[in-house]
Design a binder for this molecule. Structure first.
Ligand SMILES: Cc1cc2nc3c(=O)[nH]c(=O)nc-3n(C[C@H](O)[C@H](O)[C@H](O)COP(=O)(O)OP(=O)(O)OC[C@H]3O[C@@H](n4cnc5c(N)ncnc54)[C@H](O)[C@@H]3O)c2cc1C
Length: 558
């Protein structure tokens, strides 16, 4: 009984990440890369070292809600875990939000910021959630043109000082729905002093310990539906630290994201400030959602990368049937599939980051902006679905250990599962993408054009089949859309997910193939090309001729 199993280990998560480093080398001008690389290497060191150690020590801690103090006073105080307190400080100091707004490197600042986020996220148990919403709130406030709020609130959201750094919540979902927010029941009423006050219940509010939140409410007398909602900013606590007419009813008992304090709230006369107009709040909060969806993609790519890093290391330490797992052809084949998914997700997400950076620097033309409008839901839903599949396979790559809590592995699967639910479910975003593609033929043509550009850049025979798989899948998506549109709404909606995933995977593959060509030429490295071939072999074209009648039949239980 002398056998001792070595656990998996992590090194510097920047230095070890061949795909990220190669991408940044291609995407950033050399002088920008030189300037940002030390910060990325430091974050990589933290993520594979100190933070990873703290994460493991923090495993059993969860946020605590104290509703009453010893003397019967309602206090509704949330304490987050030690890892999260450290994550907040590190996030402020290292500019996890600030980097995108300081714009030291113009349009490349988004890429720099999200590369930091990609390294930071897997070691901080979804602290990316409050950061995503904080970043999104800064963007939405800046876009609103509300000078008072921009001057008073945005400097806190983008601060590098832990003492003055604020995070923001995003309170949209009510009992009536998270997808169909037009059903929201929260009412906004002006009091005698002219202050807007909110009355209602918010059913899912993550980052409930935040200093501010952007939220939707219906000014009294407004029409029903999404257009009748307005966007408000709530400062959650007064100068004495008391919640402003907000009751925290309970924290959700969730499958994953257990470090995230997701609360149910009652707003009972909560003072709020109108961000823009008294209607069209759903439109006004859209810039926030674009940013949080971008973070969702980064989190998906980052969690996949973490799973693969751990599984690859473990395969070199664990032996079975006479040799290391890494030497077993089938185990290596399984891990190669995971690596290719992670690598494709990285390129799709960072392509959206690049376009966002260009938009924020006013370097994106009208057609690029429309491309980004369609790309955002495609990127979010494609990477989120892949993350769940990769996390599941990662656990299996550890055998029984992958199912055991104190290895720290099961959390990868639990946390990945939320990525396809919040910020828009796969179906809801597929329908969003479908609507955009139908309404804006140019946006769809731009996605297709980008796939063609990538394929055009590929000239190595080893990438030919990957490039043509991407082109064929995109053509099939076009053909399907035209024919389904002729046949009517039912078939269109029923096929929306297959359409969106096909476009998302086709673009991922094209971007990966372009990177692979660059890596062959500039680095003499054939690994990205291998990833592209693996990704193509796993299938990018998911469009089938399913009959929506079959779906109706299968909905019948008896
Ligand atoms: C951990 C966690 C934290 C969260 N934090 C926040 C937060 O901070 N702020 C916030 O506002 N919300 C938050 N949410 C809520 C989240 O955004 C919603 O749960 C999500 O948007 C889905 O809404 P729903 O729960 O109402 O599901 P529903 O809209 O009821 O969806 C149920 C199912 O129906 C499908 N569906 C819905 N409409 C259609 C359609 N037209 N066609 C086909 N299929 C459809 C969906 O894809 C889904 O599979 C959080 C959720 C979780 C799990």
């Amino acid at each position: 009984m002398s056998f001792r199993q070595e656990p998996p280990r992590l090194g510097n998560q920047y230095e070890d990440d061949r795909a990220l480093r190669s991408y940044l080398k291609r995407a950033l001008p050399p002088e920008v890369l030189r300037e940002v690389e030390p910060a990325l290497a430091e974050m990589g060191e933290l993520a594979g070292g100190e933070l990873y150690r703290m994460q493991s020590e923090d495993r059993l801690n969860e946020p605590r809600l104290t509703q009453w103090d010893a003397w019967g006073e309602r206090v509704d105080r949330i304490e987050v875990s030690p890892l999260w307190r450290a994550a907040e400080r590190i996030a402020a100091e290292r500019g996890l939000v600030a980097t995108a707004y300081e714009r030291r490197h113009g349009r490349h600042s988004r890429t720099h910021q999200l590369a930091l986020a990609y390294l930071f996220t897997p070691s901080t148990d979804i602290y990316s959630c409050p950061l995503a919403m904080t970043d999104g709130a800064a963007r939405a406030l800046l876009d609103s043109g509300n000078k008072t709020l921009i001057d008073r609130v945005v400097p806190h959201l983008v601060s590098r000082e832990p003492e003055s750094f604020w995070t923001s919540g995003q309170w949209m979902t009510e009992l009536t729905g998270g997808s169909d927010v037009g059903l929201s029941e929260t009412v906004a009423r002006r009091d005698a002093g002219g202050v807007w006050r909110l009355y209602g219940r918010k059913w899912f509010t993550s980052a409930a310990a935040s200093q501010v939140a952007l939220t939707l409410a219906r000014p009294e007398g407004n029409a029903p539906g999404g257009r009748g909602l307005a966007l408000f900013l709530v400062e959650t606590r007064d100068g004495g630290g008391r919640l402003r007419n907000i009751r925290i009813n309970r924290l959700k008992d969730k499958l994953g994201t257990r470090k995230v304090p997701t609360a149910e709230l009652t707003l009972d006369g909560t003072p709020a400030e109108l961000v823009k107009g008294t209607t069209d709040g759903v439109r006004d909060i859209a810039p926030m959602l674009n940013v949080t969806r971008l973070w969702n993609g980064v989190s998906a790519a980052a969690l996949m990368r973490r799973g693969v890093a751990l599984a690859r290391d473990y395969a070199r330490r664990r032996a079975a049937f006479g040799s290391k797992l890494s030497e077993k052809p089938l185990h290596a084949d399984t891990l190669a599939g995971l690596q290719s998914e992670a690598e494709a997700a990285l390129h799709l997400t960072f392509y959206a980051a690049e376009l966002t950076g260009r938009e924020e620097s006013r370097e994106l033309d009208e057609s690029g902006a429309r491309l980004l409008r369609l790309l955002t839901p495609l990127m979010k839903l494609t990477t989120a679905r892949a993350a769940v599949a990769v996390a599941s396979e990662t656990l299996e790559a550890f055998g029984g250990a992958g199912y055991v809590e104190d290895t720290g592995l099961p959390v990868l699967l639990r946390d990945a599962q939320v990525l396809s639910i919040w910020e828009g479910t796969t179906n809801v975003l597929s329908l969003d993408a479908l609507r955009t593609a139908l309404k804006d033929a140019d946006a769809l043509a731009s996605i297709r054009g980008e796939i063609e550009n990538c394929a055009h850049d590929v000239n190595d025979g080893r990438l030919a089949s990957a490039a043509s798989a991407a082109l064929d899948a995109a053509s099939h998506a076009d053909v399907w859309l035209a024919s389904a549109a002729r046949e009517g709404q039912t078939g269109l909606e029923a096929g929306a997910r297959r359409f969106a995933l096909t476009l998302g995977r086709a673009l991922s593959l094209a971007l990966l193939a372009r990177q692979a060509q660059w890596s062959l030429d500039e680095e003499g490295d054939a690994r990205a090309a291998a990833a592209a071939r693996r990704f193509a072999a796993a299938g990018v074209d998911l469009i089938t001729d399913s009959d929506p009648e079959d779906a109706s039949l299968l909905m019948e239980e008896r």
